[in-house]
Design a protein. Sequence first.
Lengths: 427, 115
Amino acid sequence: LQQSQENIQSLTDHLFRHEASKMIAVLTRIFGFQNLEMAEDVMQDAFAQALNTWAYKMPVNPSAWLMQTAKNKAIDIIRRKRYQQKFSDEANILLQSEYTAVPTLNRLFLENEIQDSQLRMIFACCHPDLSAEDQIALTLQTCSGFGINEIAGAFFQNYESIKKRIQRAKQKIVENKIQFDIPSGRDLQKRLENVLKVIYLIFNEGYKSSDRENLIRRDICEEAIRLCTLLTEHKETQVAETDALLALMYLLASRFDARVDKNGEIILLEDQDRNIWNRKLIDLGLECLSKSAFGDKISEYHLQAAIVAEHSLAKDFASTDWNRIYGFYQFLVNINPSPAILLNKAIVQAKVESPQNAVNQILNIPHFEKLVETQYLFAAALGELYVQLNDFTSAKAYFVRAESLAPTEAERKLLRKKLSLLEVKKS
Amino acid sequence: MAEFLMIFRGGNHDVLTVPEEMQSHMQRWTAWMQGLSQKGIMMGAQPLANDGKVVKGKQKVVTDGPFMEGKEMVGGYLICKANTYEEAVAISKNCPILEFENGTVEVREIRSMDM
């Protein structure tokens, strides 16, 4: 029994995130967002029951077993509370009546309706009434089944503050009467843009640090890909921009194994072993990218993906087509002249024009003084460019500053390595 | 807009011996009520069990059901909104109880009680 209980524990852990988020979505659609806690209780009950009963008899299809259990628990609650509790706007009356309660539940538990509910949940959690940070934390918990401790760990924040953040966000959804639906018409485009933005932010949260210790970050990237894939499977949200974002994330994720060495040190694109880039993910990314070409709009994700694809297709760093990449960046800054994009454009400019031009560009980025004092990438990039210009004194000053700003040990290590190389060059 | 009670009587479900027939009959009930719910005029409905008790008069005499012939027995009810009796009757005409020869829908407006 001990052995089988351990097996079950690991099986439920594995199933948990995926199935939990599905259950929460369906149950929230049934009970209404104001009863989100009820949905969470039912989900946890179903898992607790699984742990208790699977030790004796393992179901043939654990996912189906969990869904059926959640459904049974839902009908119990509806029967117990139908005269004192208001459930979802969509189905309240139908759930109250014995004529229609079970058929209505059965319909909402159909596979395509589950998917529909998951999308509604994504749109609710990524609602612009909530702050970006709230949207990210809430989406990770409610749409992706991450625990609060996992989210806190991934974002280097404490448990209580993430918990409070999520509670506040849920409260706001109820207070602002945010609809649990997939927006339509004119609303859809704007809301979808925001959803894609949140998914990309989630991906970046997972991707930006290459800390090996922190395995959860890779899961976060995979989740962003899963959420985006859900959007590509629904006719309302399957637009070119969604395909482009998915392409971008696949292409970036393909480099996961090549980005860090055995000692947890960062390997820059230039030095990565391209043989260990994940071929399958690159192919998926390129496939999505070509699908995304059928839209009438070129989005930021199209251009970002096109840039990453250039690297994916180059057989080594030396054969990178920098002119093409620079062309994409020129397009990109027209769409989104954000400091990060301007910085990246300048770095490419150093390849196609000169390092001096690139430095001038960076110094002209709006609010440069503030950026270089708060974001290590600006200081690190300038350090790199001054090395190319043989101005080792300036390079050193910028690397030192970057080292003091870098958020993770891996990044600090890389910068210290650059500093020691500098000493060698100087002498 | 007024509210109307619809009382369903009769309907011999025993004639639906084939499971598929029974299922598709029940699906039509669901679909009918879904339609009313989508229009926002369905206020509630419940089916009733076949047995029951009757409590009668000052003596409060209790007898067991079923108490009458099948065709007179109330099988369920629904409350919906409608502007007029004509509208309510038109709604009731789509009730699946009328698929049975002896099925009836009694349509009654819910009265406002004056203070």
